[in-house]
Design a protein around this ligand. Structure first.
Ligand SMILES: NC(=O)c1ccc[n+]([C@@H]2O[C@H](COP(=O)([O-])OP(=O)(O)OC[C@H]3O[C@@H](n4cnc5c(N)ncnc54)[C@H](O)[C@@H]3O)[C@@H](O)[C@H]2O)c1
Length: 107
């Protein structure tokens, strides 16, 4: 398949779905965030790098992309009120970059 066809591919099943990405502020994670947002998904991502994360939200639009600072090594914080909790994402479809346990129990 030509690259242009891949970039223009539309996946209606992703429209309106909730997606969670860890390390989504830059690099491969940011590309994943952008790709899901381009499909109409509502993307929440965590990272520890505030500057590139805020730039990404500005570029993609705060109505589609949400950033929260969170260090995935701090399990207590990750589970706590100060960080993203799995219960907030009951319908998420998780990819390879999901944090441990974040998708447990969800279809
Ligand atoms: N095998 C390969 O060919 C190949 C190619 C490219 C990248 N990689 C690997 O894939 C991984 C991702 O690549 P990348 O370029 O996106 O890396 P990156 O380091 O640029 O991106 C990782 C993101 O995670 C964030 N992050 C780092 N520690 C964190 C933490 N404790 N909590 C929350 N967020 C944190 C960073 O701020 C960054 O935004 C890396 O481990 C890289 O080595 C492998």
């Amino acid at each position: 398949m030509a690259q242009a066809q891949v970039e223009q591919a539309r996946y209606p099943d992703l429209e309106g779905r909730s997606v969670f990405v860890s390390g989504g502020g830059s690099g491969i994670g940011a590309a994943i965030v952008a790709a899901f947002a381009a499909q109409g998904a509502r993307v929440s991502f965590i990272d520890i790098a505030d500057d590139p994360s805020h730039v990404l939200v500005s570029r993609l639009g705060a109505e589609r992309v949400r950033y929260q600072r969170c260090d995935v090594r701090d399990i207590a914080a990750f589970r706590g009120a100060g960080c993203v909790r799995p219960a907030q994402y009951p319908r998420e479809q998780c990819g390879a970059r999901r944090p441990p346990r974040a998708c447990r129990g969800h279809a």
